[in-house]
Design a protein. Structure first.
Length: 426
């Protein structure tokens, strides 16, 4: 049985880990006021925070730490809407620590917030997918139930990204759905969005805080050194404390962030097929972000009324990011399906010049409009389950249909050429 009052906090101060005892915690704020999680820019870990709106500035206070560790964002801290959207994804409701008698809530395929100990005084929380569950009979110690089950976790980011590790129930927290953002965060986002939209014409080059150019992913091959963006600068300048074990914060590791779509010679495209017609770009974006920590540009293409599926595309300018998404989608041990059971299929992968961008430029990208449906519109099913076998059959059927369709297109092209040649000869 876990002791809810037992915890340890550590602080990273110029590379040195400093323990903080419970008696040194900052007084004046109750734990109920820290009902949000914020994914810190420096280490991508989640912390218990309280937000305060001070005019056109948003102050983020970290539970258990002094004002010196506060983050202060103002409406001029963001150079474009993409940066603001990325900032918005860093907030979510506080996750719930699961107790020993709640282990049956943890099932294969669900995304959880879990802790991992990387060393003395270095317990961090990241998001992971439950890859397997080994249930065991519980023990009872002095009348308290003790869970002895083992959970196999596939880490979605952090130093353990892509690795499988074993965890116990005390390592696992249940992520809470984001019904709505904190009103103070919503107000700040609205003010900032209005400022960006009103000044977009004059700020086409997107200047960040202190006049620094905003850049999400450094182009290593470029001979011109790019200036640091706002979030990159904050990573270098800000030092945070690591979280309490008893709290329920997740996520870690530097994100693979993406360059703006304009101003690059080429970009990477994953063409998607067999998409559920009810899916929106924002739903796909949020699903991929939750499982890979990457925010891609997603397009869903128009479709004919008689067609039972639609197509789409994932576009990124960062090779590391597109590789991360490809590894997630290509994993043979899982299939992504919609709420109706329709499996997502990769049709083609492209590395294209600006012509690809131009062909998609008129379509609506991510988050221009919010889909009213929740994140359950897409989910992962794993090998060994009945859902996986059904999805595999449906995917194979679609691939067979696509192959037949390609043959018909080749036949159509040949017969068209024959007709045109005959017309020219006569």
């Amino acid at each position: 049985m876990k002791n809810p009052h037992l915890f340890q906090l550590t602080r990273s101060d110029v590379g040195q880990e400093v323990s903080i005892s419970p008696e040194n915690l900052i007084a004046g704020y109750s734990s109920s006021e820290y009902n949000l999680e914020f994914r810190a820019v420096k280490d991508d870990a989640w912390y218990s925070v309280q937000v305060l709106l001070e005019g056109d500035r948003l102050r983020i206070k970290y539970q258990g730490f002094s004002d010196a560790h506060d983050n202060l964002f103002d409406t001029t801290s963001f150079g474009n809407l993409k940066e603001l959207e990325e900032f918005q994804t860093r907030f979510r409701p506080a996750s719930m620590q699961l107790q020993d008698d709640q282990c049956r809530k943890v099932v294969e395929g669900m995304t959880v917030c879990a802790s991992f100990c990387f060393g003395p005084d270095e317990l961090l929380f990241y998001d992971a997918v439950v890859d397997g569950v080994m249930y065991s009979e519980h023990a009872f110690n002095k009348g308290h139930e003790e869970c002895l089950c083992t959970f196999i976790l596939l880490w979605l980011h952090g130093r353990n990204y892509g690795n499988l590790t074993a965890a116990n129930i005390e390592n696992i927290c249940q992520i809470q759905p984001t019904v709505e953002l904190d009103p103070k965060v919503t107000s700040f986002l609205k003010m900032t969005r209005e400022r960006i939209e009103n000044t977009s014409d004059s700020n086409s080059n997107s200047k960040g805080a202190a006049g620094l150019e905003v850049g999400f992913c450094r182009n290593e091959s470029s001979s011109t050194r790019q200036k640091l963006g706002f979030f990159e600068r904050l990573k270098k300048e800000t030092r945070f404390a690591k979280r309490s074990e008893s709290k329920t914060r997740p996520s870690e590791e530097r994100r693979s962030e993406d360059l703006p779509l304009g101003g690059v010679e080429s970009h990477f495209v994953i063409m998607l097929g067999n998409l559920d017609k009810a899916l929106s770009p924002s739903t796909i974006t949020e699903f991929l972000h939750r499982h890979t920590s990457v925010i891609p540009r997603v397009y869903v293409f128009p479709t004919l009324k008689q067609e039972i599926y639609t197509r789409g595309a994932i576009v990124l300018d960062c090779e590391k990011s597109i590789q991360k998404i490809s590894e997630f989608l290509d994993n043979p041990n899982r299939i992504i399906i919609s709420s109706t059971g329709r499996p997502l299929v990769i049709i083609e992968k492209l590395l294209g010049p600006d012509a690809i961008k131009a062909s998609m430029g008129t379509l609506m990208p991510i988050s221009k409009k919010r889909h009213c449906a929740g994140s359950d519109d897409l989910r992962v099913v794993f090998s060994g389950t009945q859902e996986y076998e059904i999805a595999k059959c449906l995917r194979d059927l679609f691939m067979e249909f696509t192959t037949h369709q390609n043959r018909l297109q080749q036949r159509l092209m040949i017969e068209e050429q024959d007709i045109l040649q005959l017309a020219h000869t006569t």
